[in-house]
Design a protein around this ligand. Sequence first.
Ligand code: SF4
Length: 209
Amino acid sequence: MPPLPTLKVNEIFFSLEGEGLRQGEPTIFVRLSGCNLRCPFCDTKYAWEDGQPMPISAILSKIVGISRLFPTNWVSLTGGEPLLQDLRPLIRALRKGGFRIQVETNGTRHLNFRADWLSVSPKPPAYRVTADCRRQVKEVKLIVTRSLKFKILEKVRQDFPAKVPILLQPESNQDWSYRKAWRFFRQAVKMNLNNVRLSCQLHKIYGLK
Ligand code: SF4
């Protein structure tokens, strides 16, 4: 008998979606282990290595258990970088269970399934996003780091269709980053850069994961 498919999982928990256009919606998170990047500003460094292999059936039962306590049909696959692992067996199981699937990715890997909501956060130094991710993306989150230059915002804006919002997300809700995001936002509006918006990490304001 072939081995049961497993995924290396860091944690599974209920919270609110703190970022992007789904901000504030109840969501069950599956944080996958591992990342192909090492961003110095990463706020989930613990997910780079830590985690346990879990059979898909065990992941699904945990999600179903949480959804009985907190009824929601949104499941967010996050990381680390979730697209480093083959998510298709989990996607199939979630769809059968009636869940809707959000994927949060840095956009550097191929996407071989359909997500209901694809959130892409391009990362330095290249801010490169694969064509599959660009096709499905619903929102782009750009972290306002100390090194982010306005010309990167202009490049990222050009890389995506105008209907996809570029959300300026302050780095870990730090004051200097809010101020920089506001400066970039005003400049973007003055220059008539399409669909650039201000954002924040709501879960951190609430002191949640
Ligand atoms: S891509 Fe995301 S998870 Fe990976 S190191 Fe960068 S911020 Fe952290």
